[in-house]
Design a protein. Sequence first.
Length: 416
Amino acid sequence: MSQDRFYYFDNNATTRIAPEVADAMIPFLRDGWANPSSAYRMAADVHRAVETAREQVSALIRCDPKELIFTSCGTESNNAAIHSALVTQPGRRHVITTAVEHSANINFCEYLKKQGFEVTLLPVESDGSLDLHLLEKSIRPDTAIVSVMLANNETGVLFPVEEIAAICRSKGVLCHTDAVQTPGKLSLDAKSLGVDFLSLSAHKLYAPKGIGLLYVKRRTRYQAYVIGGHQERGRRGGTENVPHIVGFGKAAEMAFAGYASEYQRVKRLRDRMESAILDQIPNSFVNGDRGNRLPNTSNIAFEFVEAEAVLMLLDQVGICASSGSACTTGSLDPSHVLTAMGLTPMRARGCVRFSLGIYNTEEDVDYVLLHLPPIIQRLRDISPLNPAHPDNDSYDIETARLKHEQDLAAATSKAE
């Protein structure tokens, strides 16, 4: 079937570019294309635009503009922070992070282990929370850095980074937080958090992909990760991605001006959708701490079905959701976040993440609530995982898809 409209519930993967952001970028794609490091007036205008964007983003996270380094993405920022902590402290070869971090951290730490460094992956509780006493006990004299995300990208669960940073300071250890999921959704204050490093990515903030930043607290020793020219005050080589930097700045300005109140509306939408799903679909459960999480994120386990099949049928009716991080899509393994929280592989494979954004509406939620319950029921009817149907010996996703299309066509015809 053709789909004229999409109902987007995957804002933790990426957000659409706000029209105001696109408008701010266009002049620097058409006319302001000079290299900001060049000496002539045309380039000076472009350089000023970069510095204006730096001020806009610094205002969002309440820091000095000179403490910001523009990068290509959150992954680079995360890698750069950990890399710097290790190379500026050659006697310290131990890194602490959590078992539920983004793959940017998990995989980089796996790489470090192969290079002879030691890594501690802290476990989490069943609600996704972290044991701070265990974290404190895990810090050693040779620990270079503790890296803990501010908000989990799959469950939305928040970590007490301010307390974690205080523990790190008391031990003389650097602290980094991956705050990629939080800007606009929560108030951010880098100074109050007390971290040495903080990562952001613009495409979670209604700005383009391919631009991020790393906050480096004043007086924190830093070694550049990307070696090249003298851009970013010598802290990251490479010609500045001016249109994207300008877009990042505009998105940060918009977030600072009003997204906090907008996300109260988003939270009400999320809560209404989540409550209705739990009421209408038996054997469904929310993963993670429901009180201490991002206002837009709902990760729900549906017993006796596979998320892959759910997502495929949702896509057939134009609903975009996910089973976890977009960076792990295609993996045959269940989510490392959910298994770290104690979910069995079977239950973890039946989890769907809905992440809302400022462009979602009541109509969008109504549309999900119209289509999701019959999709889950249809899949359960043919699922060998469902104990109510022990005679089923196959899990035929294609049959379910065709049946769903037939039912949808019949319902549409009847409505007409």
